[in-house]
Design a binder for this molecule. Structure first.
Ligand SMILES: NC(=O)c1ccc[n+]([C@@H]2O[C@H](COP(=O)([O-])OP(=O)(O)OC[C@H]3O[C@@H](n4cnc5c(N)ncnc54)[C@H](OP(=O)(O)O)[C@@H]3O)[C@@H](O)[C@H]2O)c1
Length: 290
């Protein structure tokens, strides 16, 4: 049987790298993986993981999801001239008090997370429609379903992805193309290191009021302990991707931690939003209220 051709964005590290390694190492050699990254100088890590064992199941291509031409050049280098499974995974974070964030940094987050994802889908969609089948998997975030203080623009970009994917999913079922969001909570990757983050003491925070800064300090502590105690490993995330890929009729949303997180349930059970806002505020800033 022909290998499924998979193209993954953002494979220099983290979830994208682990997924590329797993699929390229599939015991049944069921996949041909195009692992893309914006900076090929970073390919050593991936090559180290696959140890040159996968010449027939892995190719590494340059792709910056913010550059249309870069996406099209990568698409043109797919030998099979088709992609069966597109994984839109590339993403970046931005953390800090909103009033201290520059328009440039906010634009960059939206360029990568929203338009990068959409541009990649645009490039591969006509081919999938012509084939009459395809899979589009997107690395989503619980931050795309629930707002998180000091992550306003990141959450906005991930909420926007939810809307774009849900809209597409309704249409694309008529083309036998399945769209799935793999909704991740905290995952042990380079994400926290790579994200643009205001540090307490940065000159950009000089004009920010004291209450905001003390809440930001609380938030950073909370975030640190969540990543230390509750983050999933990329292997856990890859298992969920595999579940979606193997399913004959994949779901639209997969939650990597199992069920729907309780705070997101609160948004459904109390749609006016007040319970969610007070619950999250208590969890993150409770020391402030004592
Ligand atoms: N880690 C978490 O806690 C978490 C939670 C929920 C969702 N997610 C989502 O998971 C996805 C993967 O993140 P990760 O956790 O694996 O973090 P990561 O290790 O930082 O990986 C992010 C990847 O995206 C790439 N990237 C950034 N900008 C790009 C661009 N313009 N074009 C192409 N690639 C670009 C990075 O490449 P460079 O090395 O060149 O920067 C890197 O390969 C993201 O969409 C993120 O929002 C992560």
């Amino acid at each position: 049987m022909d290998k499924k051709v998979v193209l993954i964005t953002g494979c220099s590290s983290g979830i994208g790298l682990s997924l590329a390694v797993r699929l390229a190492s599939d015991p049944d050699k069921a996949f041909k993986v195009y692992a893309t990254m914006r900076n090929l100088a970073k390919q050593e890590r991936l090559l180290e993981c696959v140890k040159s064992l996968h010449k027939d199941t892995l190719d590494i291509l340059q792709m910056d999801v913010t550059g249309r031409q870069s996406i099209l050049d990568a698409r043109d280098r797919v030998v099979e001239k088709r992609v069966d499974i597109l994984v839109c995974n590339a993403g970046v974070g931005l953390m800090g008090p909103l009033e201290a964030q520059s328009l440039d940094s906010m634009r960059q987050i939206v360029e990568v997370n929203l338009f990068g994802t959409i541009q990649a889908i645009q490039a591969f969609l006509p081919g999938m429609k012509a084939q009459g089948r395809g899979r589009i998997l997107v690395t989503g975030s619980t931050g795309g379903l629930q707002g998180l203080p000091f992550n306003e623009v990141y959450c906005a970009s991930k909420f926007a992805i939810e809307g774009a994917c849900e809209s597409l999913a309704v249409l694309l079922q008529h083309f036998n193309i399945h769209v799935s969001l793999i909704e991740c909570g905290p995952v042990n990757t380079d994400f926290l290191v790579n994200l643009q983050r205001a540090e307490l003491g940065d000159s950009s925070l000089q004009q920010v009021d004291g209450l905001t800064l003390s809440l930001y300090e609380k938030y950073l502590q909370h975030c640190g302990s969540v990543f230390q105690n509750a983050a999933q490993d990329t292997d856990d995330i890859v298992k969920v991707f595999l579940e979606a890929i193997r399913s004959a009729s994949p779901a639209f949303r997969y939650f990597t931690g199992g069920g729907v997180p309780p705070l997101i349930k609160l948004k459904v059970t109390h749609p006016d939003g007040s319970r969610y806002i007070s619950a999250l505020s208590k969890i993150m800033f409770s020391a402030e209220e004592q």
